[in-house]
Design a protein around this ligand. Structure first.
Ligand code: FEO
Ligand code: CA
Ligand code: CA
Length: 671
């Protein structure tokens, strides 16, 4: 049986590895430590809920905060965590807020010209031709590749930014009160397609400490849903299920969309994760040759009416087009003419992100979430080691390796289950005829392997300082009481949780891991939430719906939140960036650092190598839950938006933007 490998056999296999034998505690030791650290839960609410699985993490040199200089004054309450800044307050208004002593400057806005020849942004005269030369809409993932490449430069680099989706009613004039899916003209559809995808923009920090884009940089590039040719690489390339009328060999697809989170590889390429691709397809699934498979991906959902003008998005006319989306796309930002590639070995699902870390033997491990209720956590382990000297040698590294899906066991351990054609149930009897079938239908393969259905896995963030991995599980309102488990312990979970993985033997390539709950999010003052925080968490420090994650130079965890339309009920506060202590006795203490304007979502936290700048992405300002925004209390539209952030000009709609956060004295953030 595929998942019947005993734990003991795993241990034996691992112990055969010299590296593992020398450096790793045995799994039994990890387990003992897990039980033994329960005493540290004393300060936590709902310790009983956590005790079954909780451990304190390994001690870190960096967690001795008594040695650290206290640079920021903390007049209102002593702050015992390693994050030295004064918290901001929960709240919601028309603009953004950052901790005292910091600057938060919008540096790149939707519509900003970034390619040579781009016109200035004119919201009343949007064209696809202009948009494909300008910064796109709804910035999500942000990555930073220092320039020159191979350095730790923190004053010059390439920002790699995903443009996840468009919020048509506040983006386009003249459609208020109408269904955008039905009323957009061909030109407007093409504008929205050109606003999807990604942007690569050179940015520099000047002597005054201000970040500015370099609009004429040869590195600048737009990747769009409209016209970027993308090669299909890996096991699904050229497979008959990938072929269409426009691409009879199944080798090239036009565009990428719903690029949510992502990652930067150790060789400086930019990974864009395609998430809710179901929303872009229309047509009748009845009689479709792959009707059941479409259903597992929720296709078609038809949020957008692109198929009215582009027949490939109509599944009745182009039945295989959906198989060409839902992948991870690799882009080389250092080579603006290189064709991006869809890396099908990493599986097809609603990819949230793809952050990676190098395993002990040099192979690359990419962690990935599938963001839907009851979906799974995945990782990919490359077959070959990363070449850190010759970056070209990694050109096809992501095409060969093993895709795994996670099973979380009740004893605080877990197993990575291989999704390999011919392994266990992944055979012809169950509809899998090749590895191409396994990766195209990764969700169906994961079902058969009995992976653990999670509470919407979002960003999965390895921490290179501690070797642990953090998993954002954002919420799951549909989990019933009889379907809870220790990793997903709350029914009707509106608040989410953060789980920590400890790879066995500190090796990310291992197939066994230990796991701990870090926080059960929600308001600790409201017992009905079942929230669990360190008691040091203030009334402003708790949060809900964790989404994107980032780790700074010191190995400290930062969390971006996304409550969506539910913010009025879930926290009553706008989304933001929170510091989350993961070490020592103050583990699970949250602190609020930055807040977005009303209706926005917080995305993209990304530090420069020196951790003196934190780039964040303010997505869809003035959009979500504006009916509950006091004094506004109606739907937000282009003509009548809930905020005009960040320009606050009567002739300018709200604009999704990248914000650069720096300390006024230029120092490392939160030290
Ligand atoms: Fe695009 Fe799961 O957030
Ligand atoms: Ca997200
Ligand atoms: Ca991240």
């Amino acid at each position: 049986m595929a998942d019947g490998d005993s734990f003991d056999r795993q241990l034996e296999t691992a112990d055969d590895e010299p590296a593992a034998r020398e450096t790793a505690p045995s799994l039994n030791e990890i387990w003992d430590r897990r039980i033994g650290r329960r005493g540290l839960l004393k300060g936590m609410r709902n310790a009983a809920l956590l005790a079954g699985v909780a451990s304190a993490p390994l001690a870190l040199a960096a967690c001795d905060d008594t040695d650290e200089p206290q640079k920021a004054a903390e007049p209102e309450k002593p702050n015992p965590t390693r994050f030295k800044f004064t918290e901001i307050e929960h709240g919601v208004d028309e603009t953004h807020h950052v901790a005292r002593g910091y600057r938060a400057e919008p540096i790149l806005r939707w519509g900003d010209p970034i390619l040579k020849g781009a016109p200035d942004f004119d919201p009343m005269k949007q064209t696809a031709a202009a948009q494909r030369l300008q910064f796109g809409y709804n910035n999500d993932y942000v990555g930073f590749v220092p320039l020159p490449y191979g350095t730790d430069a923190s004053d010059r680099g390439l920002l790699c930014v995903n443009h996840e989706f468009t919020s048509d009613p506040v983006m386009l004039p003249g459609i208020a009160g109408k269904n955008p899916r039905e009323v957009l003209t061909r030109e407007q559809v093409d504008v929205t397609m050109a606003a999807h995808g990604g942007s690569i923009v050179e940015v520099r920090r000047d002597e005054s400490g201000n970040w500015k884009p370099v609009p004429d940089s040869d590195f600048n590039r737009r990747i769009t849903a409209l016209d970027t040719q993308i090669e299909i690489a890996g096991p699904a390339a050229h497979h008959p299920r990938m072929r269409t009328g426009e691409d009879p060999v199944g080798g090239t697809v036009i565009g990428t969309f719903n690029n949510c989170a992502g990652g930067i590889t150790p060789w400086g390429t930019y990974l864009m994760a395609e998430e809710n691709v179901n929303m872009y397809f229309m047509g009748d699934p009845e009689g479709h040759p792959e009707a059941d498979k479409l259903k597992r991906m929720g296709i078609p959902t038809t949020m957008y009416g692109w198929g009215r003008f582009h027949k490939r998005f109509d599944i009745s006319q182009e039945p295989n087009e959906p198989n060409r989306f839902g992948w991870v796309v690799e882009v080389d930002p250092l080579n603006p003419t290189a064709q991006p590639k869809k890396r099908t070995a990493l599986g097809r699902f609603k990819h949230e992100g793809c952050e990676s870390i190098v395993a002990q033997d040099g192979r690359l491990v990419v962690y990935m979430g599938d963001d839907q209720r009851f979906e799974y956590l995945y990782k990919f382990v490359s077959r070959d080691p990363v070449d850190l000297v010759n970056r070209e040698a990694n050109a096809d590294l992501l095409d060969y390796g093993t895709l795994y899906v996670a099973r979380f066991d009740e004893d605080g351990t877990g197993k990575w289950l291989p999704l390999v054609y011919g392994w266990g149930p992944l055979t012809e009897e169950n509809g899998f005829r090749s590895q191409a079938d396994v990766v195209i239908d990764a969700r169906l393969a994961a079902d058969l392997m009995k992976a653990t259905p999670m509470d919407r896995p979002e960003d999965v963030q390895p921490n290179p300082v501690t070797n642990r991995v953090y998993v954002s599980l954002t919420n799951n309102s549909k989990r019933k009481p009889d379907l809870t488990d220790k990793a997903n312990p709350r029914a009707e979970n509106e608040w989410g949780q953060i789980v920590e993985l400890e790879p066995f033997a500190q090796d990310h390539a291992e197939e066994v891991f230990g796991w701990n709950m870090v926080v059960l999010c929600g308001n600790p003052a409201d017992e009905a939430t079942g929230a669990s925080w360190n008691d040091e968490t203030s009334e402003n420090g708790w949060f809900a719906c964790p989404d994107n994650l980032a780790v700074d130079k010191a190995g400290r965890l930062w969390v971006a939140t996304d409550q969506g339309r539910a913010w009025p009920e879930v926290t009553g506060s706008a989304d933001g960036i929170f510091a989350l202590e993961t070490e020592g006795e103050y583990r699970a203490t949250g602190r609020m650092f930055f807040r977005v304007p009303v209706g926005a979502e917080m995305c993209g936290p990304c530090f420069t190598p020196d951790s003196a700048t934190l780039f964040v992405a303010v997505q869809h300002p003035g959009t979500d839950g504006t009916g509950s925004f006091k004094g506004f209390e109606r739907k937000s539209t282009f003509e009548d938006p809930a905020t005009r952030w960040p320009d606050f000009r009567d002739d300018m709609p709200p604009r999704p933007s990248i914000v650069a956060i720096t300390r006024e004295d230029g120092g490392e953030i939160a030290t």
